[in-house]
Design a protein around this ligand. Sequence first.
Ligand SMILES: NC(=O)C1=CN([C@@H]2O[C@H](COP(=O)(O)OP(=O)(O)OC[C@H]3O[C@@H](n4cnc5c(N)ncnc54)[C@H](O)[C@@H]3O)[C@@H](O)[C@H]2O)[C@@H](O)CC1
Ligand SMILES: Nc1ncnc2c1ncn2[C@@H]1O[C@H](COP(=O)(O)OP(=O)(O)O)[C@@H](O)[C@H]1O
Ligand SMILES: [K+]
Length: 461
Amino acid sequence: MQKIFDEVNSLDKRCYEEFGLSEDILMEHAALSMQLYIQENHSDKKTILIACGCGNNGADGIALARLLHKKFDVSLYFYSKAKSQMAILQEKRAKALDIPIIEEVIDSDIIVDCIFGTGLNKALDDDAVLLINELNSLDAIKIACDIPSGISFDGQVKSVAFDADVTITMGALKTSLFSDIAKDFVGEIKVANLGVQREIYETSTNKYLLEKKDLKLPNRKKHNSHKGSYGHLNVVAGCKKGAGIIAAKAAFGFGTGIVSVVCHENLDLPYHIMQTHFISKNCTAIAIGMGLGNYEIAEVQKILANDVKKIVDADLFYDELLLDVLDEDIVLTPHPKEFCSLLKLSNIADISVEQLQNNRIKYVEEFTSKYPKVVLLLKGTNVIISQGKNLYINTFGSAVLSKGGSGDVLSGLVGSLLAQGYEPLDAAISASLAHALAGANYKKNDFSLIPSDLIEEVRRL
Ligand SMILES: NC(=O)C1=CN([C@@H]2O[C@H](COP(=O)(O)OP(=O)(O)OC[C@H]3O[C@@H](n4cnc5c(N)ncnc54)[C@H](O)[C@@H]3O)[C@@H](O)[C@H]2O)[C@@H](O)CC1
Ligand SMILES: Nc1ncnc2c1ncn2[C@@H]1O[C@H](COP(=O)(O)OP(=O)(O)O)[C@@H](O)[C@H]1O
Ligand SMILES: [K+]
């Protein structure tokens, strides 16, 4: 996993104070890394437009123009007059080289957005909105310097943001790049070293970006085993039985030795999935909530009181009885609407889905600091998983997963790993990665995936 930081000003400051580097050195490295990226990936292109603002993001852009001048046809466009000391200095250097400065945006092979970086501190004015819309409308390779202009420090996009193919972010990954809203603007994210290697630049953090290698598949190492060695998951099915059946199939395909669906009515299940009317004595984990619908409170209370690992999803996020188990290391997998209900039930906040989506990390942190044992997996395009103070983000998911039943597959995967003995946090992380990567491996197209395709892809991981 890679570290993520809420802010990097303190990390820059450390470079000056502890490593004796200057702002100029850091900026030169920022510009150099963008130059190298462009030369290594787009040497066949001719024209580059660099749009600059008045602060140090703009200064990065002017320094880049100096580095690329003559190798490409570089034009500088100033959205506003240089204001920061470094922007004034860089402009002087650029003028000494006669780098073309243009008054109107022109068609170019590559556009580099250096209008606003981490200093964006108010709403974009009409001119900025017009400029960003104009840049977005051009058919060019689009590179954002540090962060696409228009995304604020907390990952919100109030009006518009630069629509980047790639974001070259300076020094370290920033939290703002990983909001659900930002995902449609950042493109591929690359980190530029600022004069020291990243491992030196970075300090400690509580936020991490998950990588493919963080997926720990339940590979079987022992030959001397039997089905009971790989756990017994009980999936509780309710009114909408399909949800439980999907979860059960996903769990079986992900390695659980025995999977039983708990339901009073007789179900038509695949032969390898068992049915039971009550929780099995030897079950090693329980998945409950998916499609539960109307249920008897006493019965659900009794199920939740079982001393085995549990994953809770869907309908139970609307019921106060969930509050009884929030002092356990239980896994909860709400989507945003369900999480809003959970926040309300737990007296943390009474907010709309929109308010949540604009502040996902804030509310996850509030919840997990109130309930430090719970493993919370907040669904979304960038899934957030958190327990206690630590928070992990999975960005591998995509819109192929926006289908009824995708969440039921996820519950099944989490339950499967819990039943096989994974710790709750490890189960949530690996299940979420498997879920998203399986979706990404489905290559037919981006609209036709159904839960059985997703389970099939999980089985191929
Ligand atoms: N040590 C450093 O400080 C380094 C900074 N770097 C670059 O510097 C950037 C941060 O520079 P700054 O702090 O100067 O910030 P920005 O360059 O993002 O812009 C800040 C300026 O824009 C103005 N502004 C903010 N929001 C506005 C709005 N909506 N409409 C109009 N004007 C607005 C502010 O008043 C301020 O003058 C980083 O994103 C990064 O690109 C890099 O060069 C690496 C090193
Ligand atoms: N656009 C998207 N990008 C990434 N993941 C997505 C996207 N849309 C949906 N998902 C994932 O699909 C799952 C949907 O779950 P949920 O809404 O509970 O569906 P259901 O209850 O119908 O099974 C979640 O894991 C979510 O993170
Ligand atoms: K920018």
